[in-house]
Write a new protein. Structure first.
Length: 255
């Protein structure tokens, strides 16, 4: 990511611009048709095995304990670690945002355009937050009515219940059941081990693509859209770059 950002800054500084001052059309074409697809392939390889990985790993992990009573102790420790690490990550994210102030280097007209673009989405998000389920319903949603439906919707948020949490709960229950009857469920254990092995192979394949995928998703493609010499502004604006391909003839790239 650092190398791709450096390459983007260097390109922004030295590449010739279009006649109207926009990004270089050749570089923009490379970004849209080569860099971006490579990055998306890397991401999709990871996303497509997320659910099989979580399910097989958790189920096998619980089954491998051999004693259900150990699950409570490990679960408590895991909860404590999760709370601590989540708090640290939130504090780090907020601290970096306050220090770097992303987007502060954007021109005023772009700030205004971004504000107008995302105001409606912010209002919808706040409205949805007010309609959020209470603690009782959130706990019940963790227990899936239809585990397969939860698996399908876990990655895109379309699941009717707890999503990935529901998948994890189902995996834990399966693992506990295997522990209580290890002999009769040996075939299921072998199947889960095979799934886990396949997932690890796919992850290894994705990791081989990682250097290229991360570079394709990196700020190499973002910094091409700043005027020459505005390197300081480019660095501050990285997370909120309003890269719009319709400005350079690729309207189909706009979400």
């Amino acid at each position: 990511m650092l190398l791709s950002g450096t390459a983007g800054l260097a390109t922004s500084e030295w590449a010739s611009r279009a006649a109207d001052g926009g990004p270089n059309p050749t570089i923009a074409w490379i970004v849209y048709y080569i860099a971006e697809p490579i990055g998306q392939i890397f991401l999709r390889l990871i996303f497509m095995i997320a659910v099989p990985l979580v399910f097989s790993a958790l189920a096998l992990g619980v089954a491998g304990m051999g004693d259900v009573r150990k699950l409570g102790r490990i679960g408590g420790k895991t909860l404590i670690y999760t709370v601590i690490l989540s708090s640290l990550s939130v504090a780090l994210g907020v601290g970096l945002a306050m220090w770097i102030k992303p987007g502060s280097g954007l021109p005023e007209e772009k700030k205004t355009a971004l504000l107008a673009r995302f105001t409606n989405e912010t209002s919808k998000t706040l409205a949805n937050a007010q309609k959020a389920k209470g603690g009782r319903d959130m706990i019940l949603d963790i227990i899936p009515k239809n585990p397969l439906q939860e698996m399908v919707g876990a990655m895109d948020g379309s699941s009717p219940g707890g999503g990935m949490l529901a998948v994890m709960f189902f995996a834990l229950i399966v693992g506990v059941a295997i522990t209580l009857s290890p002999v009769k469920t040996a075939a299921l254990t072998a199947l889960l081990e095979s799934i886990y092995e396949v997932v690890m192979i796919v992850i290894n394949m994705a990791m081989r693509l990682a250097p290229f995928g991360v570079a394709g998703l990196g700020r190499f493609r973002v910094n091409l859209f700043y005027q020459r010499g505005n390197i300081g502004c480019a660095i501050r604006a990285l997370p909120f770059d309003p890269m719009t391909f319709e400005q350079i003839g690729f309207p189909e790239a706009v979400a």
